[in-house]
Design a protein. Structure first.
Length: 209
């Protein structure tokens, strides 16, 4: 899967195990999700272009580096993606933030969109869609459709845990979009949850169940 990047950094693997544990409370779950998002963003931006600049230290002039290329926009899928956005904008404060609100119909498992608000210059930016779980792939595909309809064509997806079914759906619909994930799990169950997964990420993040 050339467009799928699975991180094997020891810190990412360690923190993911804490997220999976059913004994992890919502406060720690939220904190670990933020830490994971920052670590994953660090890896996902490794290939971002830089340009050489001159900088003056207290002792002498020297050469340094500055981020070049397209500016970043982070697009959390509400609601679970919000915690990931907080971590990434702390790391990259110049990033613009858009929001796409969706929920999954529990009967059809299809995404239902209810809110879209994107930066005005989204077509000129590299967009990173954020969602802790890439399960059926329906919400992610719909989010990519929305971004492309607004002229954005440099798009990445960041999901902490992914299912093979969701990856396949995204790749079939948008083979140009790269996926960054900490783990690809076994499968989806009959309710569309990732197995072994970590449960409902939104409920565990916000303590709503």
């Amino acid at each position: 899967m050339p467009t799928v990047h699975v991180f094997d950094h020891p810190l990412i693997r360690h923190k993911l195990t804490i997220l999976r544990d059913k004994r992890t409370g919502h406060k720690e779950f939220r904190e670990i999700t933020e830490e994971l998002a920052a670590l994953m963003a660090y890896e996902a931006t490794r290939s971002h272009p830089v340009r050489e600049i001159e900088v003056e230290t207290p002792l002498a002039k020297t050469t340094g580096w500055s981020i070049a290329g397209q500016e970043l926009a982070v697009i959390p899928i509400l609601r679970a993606g919000l915690v990931m956005e907080t971590a990434i904008t702390r790391l990259i404060p110049t990033a613009r933030v858009g929001h796409i609100g969706m929920y999954r119909d529990h009967d059809t498992l299809q995404p239902v969109s209810y809110f879209v608000k994107l930066p005005a210059d989204i077509a000129e930016r590299e967009a990173m869609i954020l969602d802790p779980m890439l399960a059926t792939g329906g919400s992610t595909v719909e989010a990519i459709n929305t971004l492309k309809a607004h002229g954005c064509h440099n798009i990445k997806v960041m999901a902490i845990i992914s299912a093979p079914e969701g990856i396949k759906k995204v790749q079939e619909a948008h083979p140009d979009v790269e996926i960054y994930t900490a783990e690809v799990d076994s499968h989806l169950n009959d309710k569309g949850y990732i197995v072994p997964g970590l449960g409902d990420a939104g409920d565990r993040l916000f303590g709503t169940k």
